[in-house]
Ligand binder design. Structure first.
Ligand code: FPP
Length: 256
């Protein structure tokens, strides 16, 4: 398949050049809080996990949509550090989704030159989840197209705490002084260090909150919310969000 993304620069260290925005102002990095699977299922009189299964189909549809639009990074919030509080059967079901998704979709992801990545802690994840994601990461490591980044067992505050611990440890070791700490150093200690910050955050299902997702990275992102539940979220909705983004004027605190 022709790779529409080949003009994008992915550097050898895996980082992505930020300064090659396309003329038509496509967001480079779109992050999505995929919400509403449970309510979608309840509305249909189905068990909650049926909503998650349907949500998995939306994941491939939106990956295709992002690829076709020319988005460079698509981050999907698949499991938060708070989601462990759900019933055991639901957690177990969610943990099996990455493996199922990758078993059925990895060939297409390869055809599309998609590179799979993950942010979040592997700690506490079942080995079958970790193995599935690692295998996909290895197989797609040399792909240079869309980065499909799963946030799995991810929590932004935990990520920030870890970054502070790392930095404080280096200060204690004398590697640098407190006054050397700046925004770029913090950026470099986050799990997203090789990615541009999200330009656009989408949250489905009518909830208007960030839920501990990329709190540092979303500082200047455009936010777009829809009442549509994730399993019903389609390429058309995705394109609507992109079109809304294109109408926005990003000022980063300045006047123009
Ligand atoms: C939120 O809906 C959704 C989740 C916590 C899980 C998201 C997971 C998927 C969409 C599938 C992931 C697929 C892969 C490939 C990893 P909710 O259950 O909180 O919905 P509710 O608020 O209506 O209860």
């Amino acid at each position: 398949m022709m790779n529409k993304l080949s003009k994008w620069m992915q550097k050898k260290d895996g980082s992505v050049e930020e300064n090659d925005k396309q003329a038509d102002n496509i967001p480079q990095h779109v992050a999505i809080i995929m919400d509403g699977n449970g309510r979608w299922a309840r509305r249909k009189g189905l068990p909650r996990v049926a909503g998650h299964r349907a949500g998995m189909k939306t994941v491939i549809e939106i990956t295709r949509a992002a690829d076709e639009k020319g988005v460079k990074v698509l981050t999907l919030y698949a499991f938060s550090t708070e989601n462990w509080k759900r019933p055991l059967e639901e957690v177990d079901f969610l943990m099996r989704l990455p493996g199922q998704f990758l078993a059925s979709e990895l060939d297409e992801l390869m055809d599309r030159n998609v590179q799979v990545r993950m942010v979040g802690s592997e700690e506490n994840l079942p080995s079958f989840t970790v193995e599935a994601v690692r295998r996909a990461q290895e197989r797609t490591a040399n792909n240079t197209g869309l980065i499909l980044n799963f946030a799995l067992n991810y929590g932004s505050r935990t990520e920030i705490v870890k970054a502070i611990q790392d930095i404080a440890g280096k200060v204690a070791d004398g590697a640098f002084s407190v006054s050397d700490i700046d925004e770029s150093m913090i950026h470099d200690h986050l799990e997203t260090k090789n990615l541009p910050d999200p330009d656009l955050l989408i949250r489905t299902s009518g909830e208007l909150r960030l839920s501990n997702f990329m709190l540092w990275q979303l500082a200047y992102s455009e936010l777009w919310f829809t009442d549509v539940y994730w399993p019903d979220f389609s390429q058309e909705h995705f394109n609507e969000a992109i079109a809304a983004y294109q109408q926005r004027s990003r000022r980063y605190g300045a006047l123009t």
